[in-house]
Structure formats: C-alpha cells, structure tokens
Design a protein around this ligand. Structure first.
Ligand code: NDP
Ligand SMILES: CCCCCCCCC/C=C/C=O
Length: 336
C-alpha cells in the first residue's frame, strides 16, 4: 500500500500567499490499473504562475505544479521501473499516471526526461524545461535581438531572467538587468558579466536607464509589469520590441482591482513599438528541440543555471512564498 502526501489549497489566496493557504494531507493510493504507472517525486518546482492560475482553483484541490519523478511501478510496457519523468501532477509525493490518456494539446504535462548526461535531473524543471523554453523562445521570437542592441530584463536574477540575459550576452547585446537586492545585482555584474544591473527597490528605473542606456532600449524582456515596465517602455528606442513574459508585480493583487499605471499608448505610437505577450505553450511543438538547444548551450559553456534549493516536501509552501518574495537567485526548487 502506498500513502501519498499532498498539499491542497486549503483556502483561496487573498494577497500574498501564507502558510495558512495550504494543508498537508495523506492519501492512500489504489492498485495500478492496466496502462498506469506509479511515480515518486524527487524534485518539485515552485513557479510564479501557480499564484495567478490558482485564482481559478477550488479549495480542496491539490496545489498545481510540476515535478521530476521516478517510476517505481509500471503496468505499461512503454515505461520501465527507474525511468525519470517530468509530470504536472501537483504538489504530491506519489502519483498514479496513465500516460496514454493524457491531454496532448497545450503545455506538455508528461514526458520521459531526456538524457541530460551527468547533469542533475532537476534541470528539467528549470533551464532544461518550461522556464528554459520560456527564455529561449520568448526572447528570440518576440524581441528578435540583434548584436549590439541594448536589452533590458526585469526579474533578471530569476530562472527565466538569468537565461535571457545569457542569451543576450552571447549574441553580443548590451545587457541591463534589474533585480531586488544588492547581492543579486552584484552577481549579475560579476558572474554573468551584465553590462549594468540595478536594484529596482533602491534605484529609480528612469534614472538607471538614463545612466546605462542614454540612447534608449531596443529590447525589453518584461517579467514584472506595472509602473516599472511603463518606465522602461518610455525609454525604448523607435521600433523597440517588448516581450511581455510575466507580470509578477500584480500576481498578489485581486485581478478585479489592479493598480493603475502610466498609460503606454503615446510611447507605443510615437516610438512605433511592438509589444507582445506570450504563454510558452505556444511553442509546445518545439518543446524537445528547445531543451536540446539549451542543453547544447550548457555543454558549450555558454549557459550557467544556478538553483535555489529548499529541502523537504513539507517546505513547499515556504519555498513558494520565499520565491514570490525574491529569496531565490536562479530556479527555485524543492528537493524531497
Ligand atoms: N509567459 C510564460 O509562458 C511564462 C511566464 N513566466 C513569468 O516569468 C517571470 C519569471 O518567472 P521565473 O523565472 O520562473 O521566476 P523567478 O525565478 O524570476 O522568481 C520570481 C522573482 O520575481 C521577483 N519579484 C517578485 N515580486 C516582484 C515585484 N513586485 N516586482 C519585481 N520583481 C518581483 C523576485 O526577484 P527580485 O528579488 O528581483 O524581486 C523573484 O525572485 C514571472 O513573471 C513568471 O510569471 C514564467 C514562465 C512562463
Ligand atoms: C499544472 C501545470 C500547469 C502548467 C502551467 C504552466 C504555465 C506556464 C505559463 C506561465 C505563465 C506565467 O507565469
């Protein structure tokens, strides 16, 4: 008999998540039916999307999320004991999956983990998974950066931001990052060799850009939204491109009561800007090739991928809350 631990959403989020929003339960799992496999979580991902997407989830539901898990029992000839999988089974230790009946459209929710060689399988939740594909496709396809161009990245010391910054550096762009602590700013400059980096909590964004990009910004990879992003957009050059990846500054706010920000139309019209939002599932058909490209960048020494690891399944709420508060430098993960 297998007993799974799982976190449910005990009560809806109202503002910033707290530990009271979550409840840890145990659940006895059934025997496997034909075609099913039993997997045991090894690594779980805590991602910003969990906060806004959970606005539409009923209390009592297992908290959404992805994990790297090991097949520990299989009633499906295509899947063997010991293989590692990526799956979207939520915050739980053991899960039963029938790979053949899963939805095939949209965001990939289950696959055998590709061979990462001697790299950690945890990378399948970060640089070699959804955040990695977000950075790769979302930056290159929407910002269309050229060597020598000036690129600004917000939440630049997080999973996606670190990756976008390195792609931009490798292309020969002039890279400016914004992050929420002096430690992160120092790291972006000293380790990633960003041309400039600022702590958005202590430095006015307009002043920072006048200093670091006096001639304006060509590409903005926007992870945060809000007035911060309006300020960047007013510093764009003519024909600048903005990839709107996230809006984390608004995730803890009730969607019916979002903050008012400076209107953008004058900048968009007179600077002839392109501003495009995206959800990474739009590149679902290129998922595995994105992973391969990012793996090659790592092998070529062109991409580093720090991880911020919190130990223990029971720490998931704390890790999630910490990530939203900016405790992580790199991909935020929980190791069971
Ligand atoms: N469109 C898509 O398909 C996808 C979008 N995303 C989005 O990309 C963004 C980054 O995600 P990811 O790399 O996984 O997460 P990160 O690893 O960047 O972690 C989130 C970071 O956001 C920063 N942050 C939190 N609150 C604020 C705020 N109010 N203003 C500015 N920064 C804030 C914190 O860093 P700091 O210390 O700098 O404040 C924190 O570390 C998110 O907006 C996410 O929703 C991610 C994946 C797919
Ligand atoms: C339960 C798994 C669902 C996976 C959803 C992933 C959403 C990624 C898009 C993110 C948007 C903003 O962060």
């Amino acid at each position: 008999m297998v007993i799974a631990k799982k976190f449910i959403l005990e009560k809806p989020f109202n503002g910033a998540p707290t530990e009271d929003n979550f409840k840890l339960l145990e659940e006895e799992l059934d025997e496997l039916n034909k075609g099913e496999i039993l997997v045991e979580a090894i690594w779980l991902s805590v991602d910003p999307y969990i906060r806004p997407y959970s606005n539409h989830v009923s209390p009592g539901t297992t908290v959404m999320g992805t994990q790297i898990a090991k097949i520990i029992k299989s009633n499906n000839q295509d899947y063997k004991f010991g293989q590692l999988v990526f799956c979207s089974t939520g915050w739980r230790t053991f899960s039963i999956i029938n790979p053949t009946t899963l939805e095939k459209d949209g965001m990939p929710t289950f696959y055998l983990l590709p061979d990462f060689g001697n790299l950690s399988p945890s990378l399948g939740l970060g640089v070699l998974g959804m955040p990695g594909n977000t950075a790769l496709f979302g930056f290159l396809n929407i910002c269309d950066p050229k060597p020598g161009e000036t690129v600004v990245i917000s939440a630049a010391a997080g999973a996606v931001g670190i990756h976008v910054g390195q792609i931009a550096r490798n292309l020969g762009c002039y890279v400016i990052g914004f992050a929420g602590s002096d430690h992160k700013v120092k790291w972006l400059k000293e380790v990633l060799k960003f041309d400039a980096a600022f702590n958005y909590k202590t430095k006015d964004v307009n002043a920072a850009l006048l200093e670091a990009a006096p001639h304006g910004v060509d590409c903005y990879f926007d992870n945060v939204g809000g007035d911060f992003s309006s300020a960047v957009i007013y510093r764009m050059k003519n024909f600048g491109r903005v990839s709107v990846c996230g809006s984390i500054s608004s995730y803890n706010t009730n969607p019916k009561n979002l903050p008012k920000v400076s209107m953008l139309q004058p900048a968009i019209v007179f600077k002839q800007l392109k501003i495009e939002g995206f959800i990474v599932s739009r590149w679902a058909d290129k998922w595995q090739s994105g992973i391969e490209r990012n793996l090659n960048f790592i092998k070529e020494g062109k991409l580093i991928y720090p991880e911020y690891i919190v130990q223990g399944f029971e720490s998931l709420p704390q890790a999630f809350i910490g990530m939203l508060n900016g405790e992580n430098l790199g991909k935020a993960l929980v190791k069971v």
